[in-house]
Design a protein around this ligand. Structure first.
Ligand code: DI6
Ligand code: FE
Length: 402
């Protein structure tokens, strides 16, 4: 196994009592795909037996970033809908009039597999260019058994062809497809029936639903969760984005990995998440792009000790964002997260929102997914926007050509 010694890095280990888990002049020994030793450069073991050595000359080294909530695989785009909203139509009005998610479903169904892959590839690459090494991708624009499976397979293909971990989430319960108009419960039955096949084909790591007035009710969401539980699949939920339906409390009863959006989250929802260890995934891109005014209850989440993650929510309707660094900045400016909270949200807590405990900090035993930045301190990553100081990326110990 190759042993690589990385020396003279400023380390944000995100571990231990120190803010940022800071090590001013740090070193790190990578063996194969795993971190073996992390600490002060001055206290390196006398003979680390490295095959090669990299001197970072004071550059910042952090865990690779985790974008734990995206809808990356879809056809078409919704720039015309953006214009409609600028003329006064609301996101919900457009959805109820058959536009919105449904228009993306039509474009996705019309695109071939290779076309969907070709469209998703530059989106994934744009995120990777800013240090993303783990990416969640949801289905939810196919909305039939065959089209959902196709979208999940495209997501899997991104994970095999790119140096990147892709986690797939089945989101059949995203919107009601036109052929099920007036038969929402029948559609939920269908979504539940598709899951075993998706699992047998190795296409699904978790199950999600859009619990909302324009999505699915708490009772319908529960049926999807029961089907997931029967297969041993973990669940996540789009909850309390536009209204407070109480989906979070349901998700907590199913030990959900995460509840996402949460602008309208109640105190009861927060208590339920805390008790269940569910991560709160905040999505400032959607908040911004839909011009929401209701802020997620960050102070209460923080006081309750609910872990907070951030993600791009990349999708064509509510967050066509392809920058996780921009989300750091927005989470600080809009949601008043500290830069450190925001950064933990795209590393250790983003990983937790995917049920991954082998990444997100710089600790011996963790996967060697690493990002090197041309800044002095990680707070700068949340401070600038529209700027990418990512210089080098390692995935499972291997440097990715840039
Ligand atoms: N909430 C969102 O923000 C995205 N999906 C969801 O359930 C939006 C999806 C879209 O508008 O295409
Ligand atoms: Fe989403």
């Amino acid at each position: 196994m190759t042993r690589t010694l990385i020396r003279h890095a400023r380390l944000a280990t995100l571990q231990g009592p120190e803010a940022w888990g800071w090590i001013e002049d740090g070193a790190l020994l990578v063996e194969g795909d795993t971190l073996r030793w992390v600490g002060d450069d001055a206290s390196l073991p006398p003979d680390p037996q490295a095959d090669r050595e990299i001197d970072l000359q004071g550059a910042l080294l952090t865990p690779g970033l985790v974008d734990c909530h995206t809808h990356l695989v879809y056809g078409g785009h919704r720039a015309a809908e953006f214009e409609l909203r600028l003329q006064g139509a609301s996101y919900e009005q457009i959805a109820r009039a058959g536009g919105g998610i449904r228009s993306t479903v039509a474009a996705t169904r019309a695109a071939g597999d290779d076309e969907l892959y070709r469209l998703a590839l530059p989106r994934a690459r744009a995120l990777m260019a800013e240090g993303v090494t783990t990416l969640e991708i949801k289905s939810g624009y196919g909305l039939s058994e065959a089209h959902e499976a196709r979208c999940l397979a495209v997501a899997r293909r991104l994970g095999t062809e790119l140096p990147l971990t892709v986690r797939t989430t089945s989101l059949g319960a995203h919107a009601l497809p036109p052929e099920f108009e007036g038969r929402t419960d029948d559609y939920i039955d269908a979504v539940c029936r598709w899951l075993p096949g998706q699992q047998a084909a190795g296409l699904v790591d978790a199950v999600d639903a859009f619990c909302e007035g324009i999505g699915f009710s708490v009772a319908q969401t529960q049926r999807v969760f029961d089907a997931a539980r029967a297969l041993g699949l973990p669940v996540k939920l789009h909850a309390e984005q536009l209204s407070d339906l109480g989906g979070t409390a349901l998700a907590a009863r199913y030990q959900a990995l995460s509840c996402d959006h949460l602008e309208h989250l109640s105190a009861e929802g927060i208590a339920a998440m805390k008790a269940a260890g569910t991560v709160a995934v905040l999505l400032p891109g959607a908040y911004y792009f839909l011009r929401e005014t209701k802020l997620p209850p960050v102070t209460a989440l923080r006081e309750a000790g609910v872990p907070i993650a951030l993600a791009s929510d990349h999708n064509p309707g509510s967050s066509p964002a392809l920058s996780l660094l921009l989300m750091l900045n927005m989470a600080c400016t809009f949601f008043r997260l500290t830069p450190e909270e925001a950064f933990r949200g795209v590393t250790v807590n983003g990983a937790r929102a995917l049920g991954l405990h082998d990444r997100g900090t710089l600790v011996p035993g963790q996967r060697a997914d690493l990002a090197v930045w041309d800044v002095d301190h990680p707070r700068e990553l949340a401070y600038r926007f529209g700027h990418n100081p990512c210089r080098r990326v390692f995935v499972a110990g291997v440097e990715i050509p840039r």
